[in-house]
Design a protein around this ligand. Structure first.
Ligand code: BDR
Ligand code: CA
Length: 310
């Protein structure tokens, strides 16, 4: 499976990069970055760090949009820290950003191999929306897109809105409104991917540099999630959207129409999910659950397969 990962690392984005690198069926064509969890500069450095740890030496990391389409950038440093990837001792990346812009990279890569590339979007949807506006043919040319974002029950930034959609609702409205094969993996799914002590023990048992790094990332991320969201174990959101395309049985879906609220005083960034009446009118696949054991096994096996040297 050929994959382009658009992301804003971010602890859970970094874990998704480890999953992509270590899974035998995934061929990472590129990693593109978007401002979100931290500034564009920091998330791009972090993507290079994650690619370094994952052993993705020849995979281009391409920087993209430095803020939302209309709104000001509001980063998530209360969760991801000042660097965007706080916790482990800093790592000097041996992967460096490639030339060019994420939007062009996405367009060129997808159009060069029609029907073959899966887009996995793990941050605000700014790059993807601009790519659609610049090259509408993208919607037909991708195999599919899997998005970590939204929810049909609750938010994590506001009662109604999840961070990635809340950060750039106008971009999300473009992306959810496009005619393509779209899977939404929202908080309803990812709040079942909890990094409990039991899960942590599985990664400690692997005793590799990548597993150790993951453990250090998760220790910081657990503490900030406790402080900000009062969650005992943190939800590891972003790898769920990749797991959903690697093995669809891990994320069961239902068909639904999804609209993005852009105007609400209290609900901007909400994904309004209609499983009923209008489910066939512009339908998307909406994640409704997670096979948690299978998810953690998928991730642990991928991390175990990563190179021991970096
Ligand atoms: C999403 O927001 C970000 O902080 C995470 O990386 C994830 O993509 C969860 O709401
Ligand atoms: Ca993210």
């Amino acid at each position: 499976m050929k994959v382009v990962i658009d992301c804003d690392p971010g602890h859970d984005d970094a874990v998704a990069i480890l999953l992509a690198a270590g899974h035998p069926d995934v061929d990472v064509l590129g990693i593109t970055t978007v401002a979100g969890n931290q500034t564009l500069e920091r998330v791009t450095t972090n993507a290079c760090v994650a690619a370094t740890v994952a052993g993705l030496r020849d995979v281009p990391v391409v920087a993209g949009s430095n803020g939302p389409l209309l709104r000001r950038l509001r980063i998530a440093d209360s969760i991801h820290g000042e660097s965007g990837l706080d916790g482990p001792a800093p790592i000097e990346p041996t992967v460096h950003p490639a030339a060019g812009h994420a939007v062009d990279f996405i367009i060129d890569t997808v159009l060069a191999q029609p029907g073959e590339v899966t887009l996995v979007a793990l941050g605000p949807l700014t790059n993807v929306a601009i790519a659609l506006r610049k090259a509408p043919a993208l919607a037909q040319a991708v195999d599919r897109i899997s998005i970590m974002g939204g929810s049909w029950t609750r938010g994590n930034m506001t009662p109604a809105a999840e961070f990635n959609v809340w950060a750039d609702p106008e971009a999300a409205a473009v992306v959810f409104g496009a005619p393509w094969d779209l899977t939404m993996v929202g908080l309803d799914v990812t709040h079942q991917a909890l990094y409990t002590d039991e899960v942590a023990a599985r990664f400690e048992g692997l005793a590799s540099p990548a597993a150790r790094w993951l453990g250090e990332l998760m220790a910081f991320y657990r503490d900030t999630n406790r402080a900000v969201h009062q969650m005992g174990a943190p939800p590891v959101h972003d790898p769920c959207a990749l797991a959903a395309v690697i093995d669809p049985s891990i994320v069961p879906t239902r068909e639904a129409r999804v609209d993005v609220e852009t105007a609400g005083t209290h609900t901007a960034g909400m994904t309004v999910v209609d499983f009923g009446r209008r489910a066939d009118a512009g339908s998307h696949h909406v994640g409704v659950g997670l096979e948690a054991d299978a998810f953690w096994s998928l991730l642990a096996n991928a991390v175990a397969a990563l190179p021991l040297e970096r």
